[in-house]
Design a protein around this ligand. Structure first.
Ligand SMILES: Cc1cc2nc3c(=O)[nH]c(=O)nc-3n(C[C@H](O)[C@H](O)[C@H](O)COP(=O)(O)O)c2cc1C
Length: 402
């Protein structure tokens, strides 16, 4: 964590007494730490202690003429590589979920583009309350990461979930999140999930892609410091930390979004399962079954969707383009033909006939193919690990183009 910049936002909970220990773990690992305290937090932990441990001024007020001479709240929000909120009180979580900016802590949290990790700590009933859980869900959907809370004896006398994670566990998680910075300065577009092609006002043609592989790639690239735009078909997945997500439904919308991001991108990873065909004449009203007799057929004319991967591969210049192939038989020859047809730099081939890998699973077994004939077959691995192997290859390809 040498030289890595962590901004710690401290909320007003009893667990704030563990915060000096957390700061100490980070500074010992070489990280630079700055602290922002809510007004309530300074009743639970001494700003002077944190100031001494971080050797930097501790900030508490949005309206401090000394600090705000240089718009200090934006400066500190931009400075951070990672923002950790610990302890994250029920109140702070609620204000974050609402997008409030009514003190220094929430203003900085709204202004930062860095990944945010919240470490909740509170009474078990406050934690279980529907309002707190809904706020957390909102934050998760926005890509905020959550650490803990643990279960056990609580400071308030209750037993249950609500204890702040131990400082060592938080330090380990932040070290993992900060990761390497090997992709810093690269803008990457990742497409993920399946597209949904409307038949009528309520029905659509889609596929079984869960989006997990693309989301894992986006998360890993952000962890390596890339600026990531994730263009996603409908999925139930949370936006990875530090990733900007653009939601689309149809293949045509996906093409428009990819082309809008194309110029600024250095790397494009097309992991989405884009529908090859769409209904030619989607009805904006529901097709009624009463219009047909029992057993009567319904004709659905399909037309081909544009081939986004081939289109961007042809225009790629110095960009690195990665394509995906989902094959159900003769995987290798089919993937090799697809690579030749599409003209991308790396093709990731999935064998979707396996029940333990591919669509909807957490693991994947893929073959990586390059135009020079190189083939690497990876064993069955978690999708996070597959993402890491793919990005190792992408980094090499980027290096070769410099
Ligand atoms: C002794 C004491 C302990 C508290 N402990 C917690 C706690 O662990 N978690 C929490 O969410 N709120 C706790 N609170 C309530 C918060 O301090 C209160 O909601 C406050 O407004 C939080 O402000 P902040 O979110 O701006 O830091 C505690 C309050 C008191 C008086």
């Amino acid at each position: 964590m040498n030289g890595r910049k962590i901004l710690l936002v401290v909320g007003g909970g009893i667990a704030a007494y563990k915060v000096p220990e957390l700061v100490r773990a980070w500074t010992k690992a070489g990280a630079e730490v700055r602290c922002v305290l809510t007004e309530a937090a300074s009743s639970f932990v001494s700003p002077l202690v944190l100031q001494s441990l971080t050797q930097a001024p501790v900030r508490q007020s949005l309206f401090d003429p000394g600090e705000e001479g240089q718009i200090g709240h934006i400066e500190v929000a931009d400075w951070a590589e990672l923002v950790v909120v610990a302890p994250a009180t029920a109140d702070l979580l609620a204000r974050m979920a609402q997008g409030m900016a009514n003190d220094l802590a929430t203003t900085v949290l709204l202004a930062t583009r860095a990944p945010v990790l919240v470490v909740p700590a509170m009474n078990v009933n406050m934690w279980d309350h529907a309002a707190t859980q809904a706020n957390l869900e909102t934050l998760r959907e926005r890509g905020v990461l959550v650490e803990g809370p643990d279960s056990g004896e609580l400071a308030c006398g209750w037993e249950g979930q609500g204890r702040m994670s131990d400082p060592e566990a938080i330090a380990a998680r932040t070290s993992l999140l900060l990761g390497t910075r090997s992709m810093h300065g690269n803008r990457m577009v990742v497409t993920a999930g399946g597209t949904r092609e409307p038949i009528d006002a309520v029905r659509s043609v889609t596929n079984r892609s869960s989006g997990k592989m693309g989301y894992a790639i986006a998360a890993e690239a952000a962890r390596r410091g890339a600026e990531v735009v994730l263009i996603s078909g409908p999925t139930g997945l949370a936006t990875p930390a530090g990733v900007r997500r653009v939601d689309v439904e149809t293949a045509l919308e996906m093409r428009t979004s990819v082309l809008a991001e194309f110029d600024a991108a250095r790397i494009i990873v097309m992991s989405a399962a884009v529908a090859d065909f769409r209904p030619a004449n989607a009805s904006d009203r529901k097709i009624k079954k009463e219009d047909l007799a029992d057993g009567e057929g319904l004709q659905l004319e399909m037309v081909r969707n544009p081939d986004i991967l081939a289109e961007i591969s042809a225009r790629r210049d110095q960009r690195v383009v990665v394509g995906f192939a989902a094959e159900s038989h003769d995987v290798l020859p089919a993937a090799r033909r697809k690579l030749a047809r599409k003209g991308c730099d790396l093709l990731v081939a999935n064998d979707i006939s396996r029940s333990d890998a591919g669509f909807e699973t957490d693991e994947n077994a893929v073959i990586l193919l390059t135009p020079d004939g190189d083939t690497e077959e990876l064993p069955l691995l978690p999708k996070t690990e597959v993402a890491s192997r793919i990005l190792d290859r992408v980094e090499k390809l980027c290096g070769a183009r410099e």
